[in-house]
Design a protein around this ligand. Structure first.
Ligand SMILES: [Zn+2]
Length: 191
């Protein structure tokens, strides 16, 4: 059964508040019982998180989640190309996720590389994608936000996403603050 976007966002905010408060306890369910249950009955994640590969950004911990809760897509700079979009489409169409959160973060190395224009080889495609979004912005956090919103926009070009939006799907941007652990959501969901 699908979880409504509003409820999914409430759970994420609640989990993030919990994460900021406790620096040791992980509340997410990673028990043997949950593992066996999801193995047998399949997954029913309530949110898709598109975020950066940065090792300081751990979606499952940031939102205090466990097995079967989040469908996570990670690439440096939280960009999406065909493979990423395909993963989002799978989650919203086949798994019934009603909330997609594109979560950038402060102090992002990929954003820094895009601003400084330092790159080579395969990373070039990521940097070019970010540069296309941020243009002349030199402030890392501001550029991160622009880049997040660009990824949101890109996800919304998917026909499957467009279709699912009629059924309550929401695609929103967010920023993870690496010093405080706080996730700043750019949009509220009222219904
Ligand atoms: Zn990053």
């Amino acid at each position: 059964m699908s979880i409504e976007a509003k409820k999914a966002l409430e759970w994420l905010i609640e989990g993030n508040n919990e994460y900021i408060k406790s620096d040791k306890n992980h509340r997410g369910d990673i028990s043997l019982e949950k593992r066996l249950h999801t193995h047998k009955h399949g997954q029913n994640p309530y949110a898709v998180i598109v975020t950066c590969s940065d090792s300081r950004v751990i979606p499952e911990s940031i939102f205090m989640t466990g097995i079967g809760d989040l469908f996570v897509i990670r690439l440096a700079g939280n960009v999406v190309a065909d493979f990423g979009l395909g993963s989002v489409e799978y989650a919203v169409e086949h798994l019934g996720c009603k909330l997609v959160v594109v979560m950038g973060h402060t102090m992002c190395g990929a954003i820094h590389a895009a601003i400084e224009d330092t790159h080579a080889h395969y990373i070039s495609s990521i940097i070019k994608e970010i540069q296309f979004a941020i243009k002349d912005e030199k402030d890392n956090t501001k550029a991160s936000k622009i880049n997040v919103l660009n990824t949101v926009k890109k996800i919304c070009t998917s026909n499957i996403v467009k279709e699912e939006k009629k059924n309550g799907l929401k695609v929103i941007g967010a920023m993870y603050h690496t010093h405080s652990g706080h996730v700043e959501f750019y949009k509220k969901i009222n219904k």
